[in-house]
Write a protein that binds this ligand. Sequence first.
Ligand code: ATP
Length: 419
Amino acid sequence: LAAALGTGDVEDLYELLEKLGSGHFGVVKRCRERSTGIFYAAKFVKTQRCRGSRLGLERAQVEREVAILRQLDHPSIMRLHDLFASRAEMVLVLELIGGGELFDFIAEKETLSEEEAIEFLGQILRAVEYLHARRIAHFDLKVPAGTPHPHSPRGCIPLPGHLQSPGRILPGFPPIARPGAHRQSPAPPVTPLRPASSPQPENIMLQEKDVPKPRIKIIDFGLAQRLEDGSTFKSLCGTPQYIAPEVINYEPLSTSTDMWSIGVITYILLSGLSPFQGETDAETLSNIVAGAYEFEESCFSQTSKMAKDFIRHLLVKEPGHRMTAAECLVHPWIKPLSQKQAVKRRLSSINMTNFRKFNARRKWKLSYNMVSACHRLCRMRLLCGLRKEDEELRCCESDQEEESSHPMLLLRRRRSSCS
Ligand code: ATP
């Protein structure tokens, strides 16, 4: 971001209202712009005061999210309206998404045909096509992860044995990679960021729900990347149930990585089942690497062949062989070629009984706070604990100062100052 700063405090310009949600590094609150009366969502993100600090997200990471949001202008992608920054916090003033989570909306329906589900999927695909045409990958497309398994490990999860390299994994706190932190570097023994078993907020929401044709909105570009020509990008970030095999295998990532996630989302949407869910998180990851999934007859009996074909062309191990977003949009399931295909979609339905069960289970957030606290601790510790010299940096001023700093003393950064 350019350094030109305007003056002003976020609260001078916006009235802060109730909490809308929270992520790993802060909260999101509804707010009202004092000058216009328009409502927005203010996302507060704690940033590290210095490299290696235990508290907060690396500032460059938030700046990358902001820089990406600024390049985007699409009706199905959340817009950034304003930005404030202080030494220890950044506030992203975002378009308010008022329709709640897509899956909650769907779960309220008595019945849903594939045709109706495709209306949402088509919107997701058009937004993703837009992103990918700009060489931007989201890398965290997800609806919430499935059932919290009572016996699953909490906090950071170990990868399947063959992917680990003992010695670098701290007990209980396996190292975690940051996006971009491992460009062209050898594979580290790291593990994905998010515990598979914790209910995750979904990153696909609805602009408004009480309208005839609700519009989806993709949010949370925290892991998004602009892919540069000629350089490979590797990362182990993501949410286990949605990550592609190349993430786990620490191979180069591409826009195809998002297409795998769309395959998983479609599978869940149609059946209420998560395709790779194992008894444990490690098993889930092993299933992904092995590409082990099936269309269980009991859950897919009402599903059309075209829908299964669509998923089969996305849950492909080799990224280059997956359909692109543009190809998905002309797949006959999305864009029927004949009247017969169109009728099939209308008559095939979503397994609503299973879907509702899935949605109810995901609402089970009994241990959510504990999991996210553990996760936060894990991330903080690992982000600064990978190298010995970072140990010294841990004792920096930020850790004390962040606690006592006044979060609202934020300087405004004007939209135009960032490019
Ligand atoms: P994560 O920990 O998954 O990285 P995060 O810190 O990046 O999360 P977001 O996912 O952007 O935070 O937001 C957290 C939650 O806040 C969302 O799941 C959603 O419920 C709510 N939220 C975020 N942005 C908006 C918005 N623009 N309008 C309404 N609610 C929002």
